[in-house]
Design a protein around this ligand. Sequence first.
Ligand code: ZN
Length: 474
Amino acid sequence: MTGKKSISSSSQEGRRKCWWAAIFLVLASLAFADSATINRPKREFVLPDGIEIVGESLTFDERPNVPRAVKIREAKVSYDGAQLWRVRPAEEQPVLASDVISEFQDTGLFSLWSGNDTIVDIMVRQEEIPRAARVLKEKNARYDVIIDDLQKAIDEENPPLSPQAMEELEGRKGHRMEWTSYHRVDDIYGYLDFLAETYPGVCSVMTIGNSAEGRPLKVIRISNGKPGVPALWIDGGIHAREWISPAAVTYIIDYLVENSESLEADYYILPVVNPDGYEYTFTSDRLWRKNRRSYSGSYCTGVDLNRNFGYRWGGKGTSKDPCSDIFAGSGAFSEPETNAIKNFFEASAADFKAYLTFHSYGQYFLYPWGYDSRVPPDYADLDRVGQEAAIAMKKADPTAASKYTVGNSATVLYAAAGGSDDWAKAMLKIKYSYTIELRDTGKHGFILPARYIVPTAKEALAAVQVITEACKSV
Ligand SMILES: [Zn+2]
């Protein structure tokens, strides 16, 4: 923000930059020292993908000399004793950390969860805690432990429905979707197919492509056939670990279908942009972010799909390193998931006025640009509608009165090029393009307990309603 800069003297700013540079250097050197340490367990607990030895339903009758087939559970990454820390600069001053944040991620010692000008949330593995704490203390950095045992939080996050309850649910409703727990892709797709079969006059499901591992990418269209209405695109689950996103987006689908008679727009909704990564968070690593594409020549897997879109691809806040959490891919739209979205828009004749992509966490309502601290010419409209949405979201759950911060992505958070919102605004010329970071503000981070699904989804729905209203007058 220019205002903020103008009140800062250059020496103050210099000190801040120095502070962050010092922290970065220390973290980088820790990472370097760490990588030289023998027995470093960093990669070891990531087992090869897809260990799945599944019996072929053999029986002793059929193959009496073969031991009973066994099913070995896929081993999971453990976060026993890992912690989430909120780090602040030494003095209580706003700091321009954007240049540093992407570097944090590449050290490998810490995993960046969230950050802006004044605070950075980092995940620290148990074995790194003592040294990390010592180093931060030496630098007078303050930090609070937000989650003191991540694995415990993960274990308590999503109490699953019992198989009986699931069966009962499916028998009663015809699908397994509900919003007291986080659901696997099969449940979500089963729900979409159920809606298309049950309400063929309102819903249709199309597969716009397949993921890297071959899962279909399913878009549901919800329309009551009213002519001349605007179209809205809504997606979720582009970042695998942000479970609240597909949960909220499916809740929105449920509401729109239930209230289809009064709809004044057509909705195209892709609830799980990254089904491979999403499934992987259930089977193997709860904190996986990227897709599951293998790149030859690298032992690391996955592209950050929200760095892979074709506007200013490969710019700030992205990485060329396949091991980075913000690896942008080999080129714009190199990934089947982003390419499918691009092809869909190229083929669609719908009159899109909004492109809403749901993420977590932080409670931000963000508009372009993300690639740099600049804004599009009509940013005042985007800001005004964003503010209206934030007010509606606050009202959606009066007990929580959630505060959503509205602003331009690169300024409110940090620069990140190749995001879908920038592409939708710049290349598709869609007026209201927003990235919405849902709950919370850091108490649980990505591990938002399932009991918060409904209140959070109500906030998301309130935002969609405000945007729909705005789209009518574009
Ligand atoms: Zn995200």
